[in-house]
Design a protein around this ligand. Structure first.
Ligand code: NAP
Ligand code: MG
Length: 512
């Protein structure tokens, strides 16, 4: 803890971290791993470990799944109004502890505190509030059917759900997963990323203390993907896996469920094109496309990392984006002056650095950035906002998801040309279009293969708006009604009421 003394932490955060090793939530109990193993949590601004969390094994995951199984019968039959009310109370609880969640996510992931306060945590609350409204509105239908039959559908919760989330927006990702599952009547075992377990464990603590949800409705296990994550995916009592993270892990999950055929939804990465037509206010748009690429240190699945600018404005936009990139202030996330924090881990830092080196070696021109240390924090995982031009479009910095603050800019001439280049990616998560001509914007949007196209905006999300990827960016959509569907099965019930009537009391009464 001592190295955290320099940060201005909320007393509740200090008290929570003071109880390290921290505890998981399994059923009603806040527990260590059965074998008591733990792993360290480090501050990415300094590389110093400041807390320890349980390293769950297969037996801990099994205990959590059983707790979720036990809770399922009561939670699914909780009345829709009660479920709604309880999810609203979870939102209230998060709001009351909003500053703590913001500080923990900033400390754990490195993200600027202002971003966690102004974006991640309000979004988490917004998601719980939106989905709190759904339980009372999931209606079934009666289907037109032959005479003598009534056929109706029922939307029933799928069961115990395993949710595996990444480290880039730790608590927001937890909320995006938990809220729709709870609204649908499912029970959950949540596994946060090993790099960022704190906010999920803090949630586990305050949720258990508040006793808002029946024990076992939400369980939180911390641990490594290859052990805890893999055990959750393989568990026969888990009906569905909801995953956000890398393509490589998604492939392992899909392979693992090939036997059971349990349901899987996947939110994966991207290499999103951000396209500037030749008619924009350069200064204003450059600031936006710079944010689109560098927000959250570029550790953002939607990051607009391929910038295509009409040749008429290419030089001006590149200059203005460079200016904007230089204006970021690097530092620890919890330093209020910081606008770009460190990357999440040594591993992620080294990965991003290797991409920058590969970019330089491929012959691309480094226009700005490229620095991979911060003198004031020599052991922190800092990488400067970095912009390349003149890159070969087959180079790894153009093709692969880097998940760091690295942007590559290209000029283009026509909408058809830029649409083809934008679509020349295995991914299809998001795209941006910037122009004063909405006709061109719509024409281009219709040519782009992506789950989200933002026109004159970027990175906007709303709990009611479907979100997800084309191609290798994922399976399924989250948010809105589609997200509930991920957690519900449809049952069609056929009733032959003529036959029932003939043999029924009513039939006997009529004939007598
Ligand atoms: P990752 O391994 O896919 O991590 C995501 C989650 O999956 C974590 O909770 C992880 O646990 C878990 N996991 C790992 N292996 C698993 C397995 N075999 N079975 C079940 N769960 C497993 O991602 P990463 O290694 O942290 O990041 C690598 C790259 O992924 C990044 O550079 C970026 O390109 C991409 N990424 C994308 C997103 C996104 O939002 N689309 C988010 C994060 C990363 P552990 O934390 O213990 O490994
Ligand atoms: Mg960490």
């Amino acid at each position: 803890m001592s190295e955290l003394l320099t940060y201005n932490l909320d007393d509740r955060v200090r008290a929570f971290l003071g109880r390290s090793p921290l505890r998981m939530l399994i059923g009603p109990d806040r527990v260590c791993a059965a074998d008591e193993s733990t792993f360290g949590v480090e501050d990415p601004a300094t590389g110093v470990e400041f807390a320890r969390v349980p390293s769950a094994g297969a037996s801990d995951v099994d205990a959590a799944v059983r707790a979720a199984q036990r809770a399922f019968e009561s939670w699914r039959h909780c009345s829709p109004a009660q479920r709604s009310e309880r999810i609203h109370r979870v939102a209230d609880l998060i709001e009351q502890h909003g500053e703590c969640f913001a500080q923990l996510d900033s400390l754990d992931s490195g993200k600027p505190l202002a971003n966690a306060r102004g974006y991640d945590i309000p979004k988490a609350v917004e998601w719980f509030r939106y989905f709190a409204g759904w339980p009372t509105k999931v209606e079934d239908s009666v289907i037109p059917s032959p005479h003598g039959r009534v056929v109706f559908t029922q939307r029933v919760p799928i069961g115990v759900v395993g949710q595996i989330i990444p480290w880039n927006f730790p608590f927001m990702m937890a909320a995006w997963k938990l809220a729709p599952a709870l609204a649908a009547g499912c029970t959950v075992v949540l596994k946060p990323a090993e790099q960022t377990p704190l906010s999920a464990l803090y949630f586990a603590q305050i949720l258990a203390d508040a006793e808002i949800l029946p024990a076992g409705v939400v369980n939180v296990v911390t641990g490594f993907g290859s052990t805890a994550g893999a055990a959750l995916v393989a568990h026969p009592a888990v009906a569905k896996i909801a995953f956000t993270g890398s393509r490589e892990t998604a492939q392992k999950i899909v392979t693992s469920v090939a036997g059971s055929l349990k349901r899987v939804t996947l939110e994966l990465g991207g290499k999103s094109p951000n396209i500037v037509l030749g008619d924009v206010d350069v200064a204003a748009v450059a600031a936006e496309v710079s944010q689109a690429a560098f927000l959250n240190q570029g550790e953002n699945c939607c990051a607009g990392t391929r910038l295509y600018v009409h040749e008429d404005q290419f030089a001006d936009v590149v200059e203005a984006v460079s200016e904007s990139a230089r204006s970021f202030r690097l530092g620890p996330g919890l330093d209020e002056a910081t606008t770009m924090g460190p990357l999440v881990s040594r591993q992620q830092h080294d990965r991003v650095v290797s991409y920058i080196e590969a970019g330089v070696n491929s012959g691309a021109e480094l226009v700005v950035g490229g620095g991979t240390t911060l003198p004031s924090h020599p052991r922190g995982y800092f990488v400067e906002p970095t912009l390349f031009v003149d890159a070969n479009e087959e180079a790894s910095i153009v093709k692969e998801e880097i998940f760091g603050p690295v942007l590559v800019a290209f000029p283009f001439k026509t909408l058809e040309d830029v649409a083809a280049r934008a679509n020349a990616s295995e991914y299809g998560l998001a795209a941006g279009i910037w122009t004063n001509d909405l006709r061109s914007a719509h024409a281009l949007a219709s040519m782009i293969d992506a789950g989200t196209v933002w026109i004159n905006t970027y990175n906007e999300t709303d709990p009611a708006v479907p979100f997800g990827g084309f191609k290798a960016s994922g399976w399924g959509r989250e948010h809105g009604r589609m997200s509930l569907d991920n957690y519900l099965e449809t049952k069609s019930v056929w009733v032959n009421y003529e036959r029932s009537v003939e043999t029924s009391t009513l039939a006997r009464l009529r004939s007598s």
